[in-house]
Design a protein. Structure first.
Length: 271
């Protein structure tokens, strides 16, 4: 469904011009968009090019209405995040049309702007918009989720890749063995393998030793997306998992859904 900008402008409040806050993150920080000064109330004409100066004010129910998340100028696309008091979610603007999606776009702690990638990911000759959203960012957990927005005649489709949706696939892909005598944890995934010695750490939980959900992110290069799943060990008597390895996978999009292939293991300790 197409939505007129004028329908939205009456609900949005005043924005101030300033770059988005610079978060602390273990991943490379995204560039913050610059914005011209905005002294007038937000309208359809002033919506473009605005950013919120203070995240706490933005998230407050009586704060500004929208945050500029990113732009793809060559495609005429702008992505905004909406104040939760106005319903939350994101708005994808294509020229003069607006397309809303129910999506969490900033974590409560150490926020950073999403990555926007514009490329032909399904090989059909037309580009799609991939957005890498950070949804959780704490001392121990860093979780991104990937969304791919594809233009259609009557709007845009949204396909998501979240770590929790792939747990069973990842568990089936990664082979696990533990040697209690040496303290060695060995992993296998297709043609790759990895060995790590726990040394003074407690033994893994024998019932459910591995987790793949606490450290997930995505990277893109030349239209190819790689998923990176942190592999954590649940240790006996420890509350938080111990992350010691990563599982890399090629992300394939066929125009309707995602698939993962070419799994590779790599160590994360000592980095």
């Amino acid at each position: 469904m197409r939505h007129s900008l004028l329908c939205l402008s009456a609900s949005l409040l005043l924005l101030t011009s300033c770059a988005a806050p610079t978060p602390q993150s273990s991943f490379p920080a995204a560039s913050s968009p610059s914005a011209p000064a905005q002294d007038a109330p937000l309208t359809a004409e002033t919506l473009d090019g605005c950013a919120v100066s203070d995240l706490e004010t933005f998230l407050a129910l009586d704060g500004p209405g929208a945050l500029l998340l990113g732009q793809v100028p060559e495609a005429g696309l702008t992505l905004y995040g909406l104040n939760p008091g106005l319903g939350g979610g994101v708005i994808l603007r294509q020229e003069e049309d607006l397309f809303p999606f129910d999506q969490r776009f900033l974590p409560d702690e150490s926020p950073r702007l999403p990555d926007l990638w514009w490329a032909d990911f399904d090989g059909d000759g037309s580009s799609e918009l991939a957005v890498n959203y950070l949804t959780l960012n704490t001392t121990d957990q860093h979780i991104f989720e990937l969304h791919l927005y594809r233009p259609e005649e009557d709007g845009w489709t949204d396909t998501a890749l979240r770590a929790e949706d792939w747990v069973s696939t990842l568990e089936d892909t990664v082979g696990y063995q533990f040697d209690p005598i040496s303290g060695g944890v060995s992993l296998t995934a297709e043609e790759s393998s990895l060995l790590y010695y726990l040394e003074d750490l407690p033994d893994p939980d024998p019932a459910q030793p591995l987790t793949f959900q606490g450290q997930t992110y995505f990277r893109e290069e030349d239209g190819r997306i790689t998923a990176v799943f942190g592999i954590g060990l649940r240790l006996s008597g420890e509350e938080e998992p111990f992350y010691f390895a990563r599982l890399l996978a090629d992300v394939t999009y066929d125009g309707a859904s995602f698939s993962l292939s070419r799994f590779t293991l790599e160590p994360s300790y000592g980095v």
